[in-house]
Design a protein around this ligand. Structure first.
Ligand code: SDX
Length: 429
């Protein structure tokens, strides 16, 4: 294969070096484009063909439906690892040995409290506030209570910020849910595992003993692993670009939470259930909604379907779909929504519009069904996505800072007014 790309431009041939990744992906290095062409740039709305960085964290193959964290297959990690092990793997590059995992867990646990004044910020929100807006605000506010978290200049400083946010984030997730429910804020019990304690903080009733359900603990642990990273998606790109200005880690994560909130991104898991409930309320007429999804004049999209990268099955959707069956069966829950989801999937997978555009169920299509079965309120679904994605965001932010990447500042092609002289108000029509 050639080692360069040649562009013919204005009668000149300009060569650009190629970058080849460890999985043989090819990038055309256009760092010299503007100077070589006298100012021309590329245009690529949504960055569908543009690489923002080189990264060693997650590998996706959208054609083959492959997803690996630091080289490990998602199917194996979901089956054999737990969430904290995967968090360590994403952030530090290798699966931890027992000593490393114990220290990581102990350091995270030592930070699993939040300054009491944060409760005053939480109290200021109306109960009607969407949990993603609350979580984004509280995460950004943590900078004020942990000013050293802005420092990423040393391994130690970066480690301290990492274990701080991994310790505090589950508390914020639980408090965000309990605020809406008017329940007292719970700190759980740090002698429990990371996911067990998160569930206890979320669900413990003030007047009852909390009884763990291992089915729910295991299912949530698996869901968090499946959401832990996904290379340069919208929210991760947001975390990286905010961090590239040397804003602190917590402020960058807060921006990522806001990006994830959108229904085209992480907010889709809530939108899927709302869509399925709407279809059920409308008599279960999936054909009507398929027609709406295909109608260019109708803004309705089949939520949970399609993906920028996966043009085959999202491997996470496969795992979550079978987990949904297992969890509902183990919990003895009959959820008609699951049957509607399966019917919709079956129809879409044989519908020309969807087949032609290679639209398959993505990670969000089935995850909400499991969250519902766990008793998690629908507005908390995207918060659970953020909880899962936290280690991936940290890993990507850390990589961007340690590779000393330049501040993110895209160019544009101006299409506005040409120069025009100022007019006094009396001259204006
Ligand atoms: C996540 O990037 C990541 O990695 C994200 C994520 C992660 O882990 O971080 O995987 C998590 O965000 C998953 C995606 C969740 N979003 C949804 O389920 C919302 C529904 N999906 C779509 O909005 C859409 O598929 C996107 C946003 C996911 C992808 O959009 P693209 O890549 O910009 O594709 P597109 O909008 O250009 O669509 C291509 C065609 C268009 O039709 P034509 O103009 O070619 O005729 O497919 C159509 C679209 O109209 N299309 C859909 C559709 N998705 C795309 N039509 C109906 N229903 C849909 N869901």
């Amino acid at each position: 294969m050639a080692d360069k790309a040649t562009l013919e431009f204005n009668g000149q041939k300009i060569e650009f070096p190629l970058i080849k990744g460890t999985e043989d992906e090819i990038g055309i290095d256009i760092k010299s484009l503007r100077s070589a062409t006298g100012g021309a740039i590329t245009i690529d709305p949504g960055f569908k063909n543009t690489g923002a960085c080189e990264s060693g964290i997650t590998y996706l193959d959208g054609e083959q439906g492959i997803l690996r964290y630091r080289g490990y297959a998602i199917e194996e990690l979901a089956e054999k690892a737990d969430f904290l092990e995967v968090a360590y793997l994403l952030i530090y590059g290798d699966l931890p040995n027992q000593e490393q995992l114990d220290k990581f867990n102990a350091d995270i646990t030592s930070h699993a409290v939040v300054d009491d004044d944060v409760k005053k910020i939480l109290d200021a929100f109306p109960k009607s506030a969407h949990p993603m807006g609350v979580l984004s605000s509280l995460t950004s506010a943590l900078t004020a209570f942990n000013p050293s978290s802005v420092d990423a200049s040393s391994k130690e400083a970066m480690y301290n910020s990492t274990v701080r946010i991994l310790g505090k984030f589950p508390v914020l997730v639980a408090w965000t849910m309990r605020k809406k429910q008017g329940l007292p804020l719970d700190y759980g019990d740090t002698s429990l595992g990371y996911v067990e304690n998160l569930l206890k903080m979320m669900f413990k009733k003030p007047n009852e003993e909390y009884v763990h359900n291992p089915i729910i603990v295991n299912a949530l642990d698996k869901l968090l692993i499946l959401h832990a990273d996904h290379e340069q998606n919208c929210s991760t790109s947001t975390v990286r670009i905010v961090g590239s200005s040397y804003a602190g880690l917590f402020a960058s994560l807060s921006a990522g939470i806001s990006a994830l909130w959108g229904p085209l991104h992480g907010g889709a898991n809530q939108a899927v259930i709302e869509m399925l409930e709407g279809i059920m309320a409308d008599g279960g007429d999936t054909k009507k909604y398929m027609a709406k999804a295909k109608d260019k004049n109708d803004p309705f999209r089949l939520m949970g379907f399609g993906h920028r990268v996966y043009k085959n099955f999202d491997p996470r959707a496969r795992i979550i779909k079978s987990a949904a069956d297992e969890v509902l069966n183990d919990l003895g829950i009959e959820d008609p929504i699951l049957e509607i989801a399966k019917g919709l999937e079956k129809e879409a997978l044989r519908d020309e519009y969807f087949v032609e555009r290679r639209l398959y169920p993505n990670v969000d299509f089935y995850s909400g069904i499991i969250y519902r079965a766990m008793g998690i309120p629908i507005e908390m679904f995207t918060v659970m996505f953020a909880m899962g994605r936290l280690p991936g965001w940290i890993a990507q932010w850390k990589e961007m800072r340690h590779r000393k990447e330049p501040i993110g500042r895209p160019r544009q092609i101006y299409i506005g007014e040409n120069y025009r002289a100022f007019k006094s108000i009396s001259e204006r029509s």
